[in-house]
Design a protein around this ligand. Structure first.
Ligand code: HEM
Ligand SMILES: N#Cc1ccc(NC(=O)NCc2cnc3scc(C#CC4CC4)n23)cc1
Length: 391
């Protein structure tokens, strides 16, 4: 990671800003916009009404009647992120509609496919709803005392709101761990044991705090609504038997294309901490490491580059193992333990929200993760690899 000569804290803020990482909300988009220019009101109107339009069977008709708009008027990162989020939500609703297997659309009409691909290319994001869209950019301050709400959601009652907002709160709580990353790198570079111990302590505290937000999921999200409704709208068209060839983006390409469904493997927080702490996931064909690497392509480019820059720096873990004093080793282990306990709790959540509801289904089929892997094996492997990093 590039180092500035300024003081570690000032330098670290400047380094993080360069990678579009905010000191308050971390990888989340600070102050997302809520409105598009008047010409685009149709996109916002439809995206804001997906549950109603799907329920009364009007969604696809409304989308088909949209004019094909030029995105030239959509200036600036925030406006483009809002438009990308709105079109992502409309795309998922248009493809999956009322969730019946015989009701899937294999062609996305040109009036949204063309601007959606143009915005995706501008932003370096995939033309499918991603974590960067519906968690990191899908929020607003509801009132002056800081209550938040989502901008868009899907059928399933308050399930989408709870799922996206709790994830955002975890991201924001864990952002103070990211603030400490440049300080860790600088302390290793200067072999400053005390500074390194303090930075690790800040990371461990941040992860423990993030876990308390994680626990709110059970208050806000109903497992059956999540599994039977919301999950369908987050599904992608890569290795998905419901869209075996992928989705045809009319007016963009002549052949259908495959893109993976939304995944929190697209969360930069966890991947960043894995890299910093030297946690290696099992690799090889179809492995967790391969899946997580692929999910980086679905992140905003600046965040993808931050992870790459972190990977190219000196190994923090090597330094702790070879030169760290006992306090540094303990502080390092507390950070790893913080990630282990988050991932153990997450496994419990997945049992409640996926394994149990899916066993209530007739076919009781294998729980497919995004990207077609068996998700429990994936998550257990990721948790075990974290546990194995304890010194
Ligand atoms: C109802 C709640 C949740 C369910 C059912 C759930 C389910 C899953 C599943 C199935 C995966 C496997 C990969 C994928 O398909 O994305 C996954 C991965 C992941 N989830 Fe969740 N999740 C939930 C809540 C959360 C929350 C609140 C967070 C915190 C931001 C989170 C963070 C992650 C991360 C970081 C991964 C990638 C694997 C890892 O780094 O451990 N999840 N989750
Ligand atoms: N059966 C089944 C089955 C059920 C769920 C999944 N995967 C899944 O929901 N991934 C997303 C995810 C995981 N953890 C978290 S926190 C925030 C998000 C999000 C998001 C938006 C979509 C981008 N996520 C796989 C299989």
């Amino acid at each position: 990671m590039a180092h500035s000569e300024a003081s570690p804290m000032e330098g670290s803020n400047r380094i993080l800003e360069e990678y579009h990482i905010n000191e308050v909300v971390g990888f989340a988009l600070p102050h997302p916009l809520e409105e598009l220019p008047p010409a685009f009101e149709g996109w916002i109107r439809i995206a804001k009404s997906l549950p109603e339009l799907i329920d009364n069977g009007q969604l696809r008709e409304e989308v088909d009647q949209l004019p094909t708009l030029s995105i030239d008027e959509l200036k600036g990162h925030r406006l483009q992120r809002l438009a990308h989020l709105a079109l992502g939500c409309i795309t998922m609703a248009y493809v999956w509609n009322q969730r019946r297997d015989d009701d899937v659309k294999e062609v996305l009409p040109r009036n949204i496919a063309v601007p959606y691909r143009q915005l995706s290319d501008k932003l370096g994001l995939p033309p499918i709803l991603s974590y960067a869209d519906c968690v990191l950019a899908n929020w607003k301050k509801k009132d002056p005392n800081g209550n938040m709400d989502v901008l868009f959601t899907f059928p399933g009652g308050d399930c989408g709101r709870g799922f996206f907002l709790v994830s955002l709160l975890v991201e924001i709580a864990a952002s103070s761990a990211i603030q400490a990353v440049p300080t860790v790198c600088s302390a290793v570079q200067h072999q400053d044991q005390k500074a390194l111990e303090k930075a690790f302590e800040a990371i461990a505290e941040s992860l423990n705090n993030a876990r308390t937000y994680f626990q709110r999921m059970q208050n806000f999200v109903d497992p059956n609504q999540f599994f039977n409704v919301l999950r369908i709208y987050l599904s992608g068209w890569k290795n998905n038997p419901k869209l075996p060839n992928g989705l045809l983006y009319e007016g963009v390409s002549d052949t259908p294309e495959m893109f993976a469904g939304g995944s929190a493997g697209q969360s930069s927080i966890f991947q960043c901490l894995d890299i910093l702490l030297g946690i290696k996931h099992s690799s090889g064909k179809g492995s967790p490491a391969e899946f997580l690497q692929e999910m980086r392509e679905y992140m905003p480019p600046a965040h993808r580059n931050f992870l790459r820059s972190l990977e190219s720096g000196p190994s923090v873990r090597e330094f702790v193992m070879s030169r760290g004093n006992e306090d540094v080793r303990n502080a390092y282990n507390n950070c790893v333990q913080g990630l282990v306990s988050l991932r153990k709790f997450h496994l419990e959540i997945v049992r409640t929200y996926i394994v149990k509801p899916s066993s209530n289904q007739q076919h009781g089929g294998e729980n497919r993760g995004t990207g077609g892997t068996n998700l429990m094996e994936f998550l257990k492997s990721v948790m075990k690899a974290t546990e194995n990093a304890i010194l």
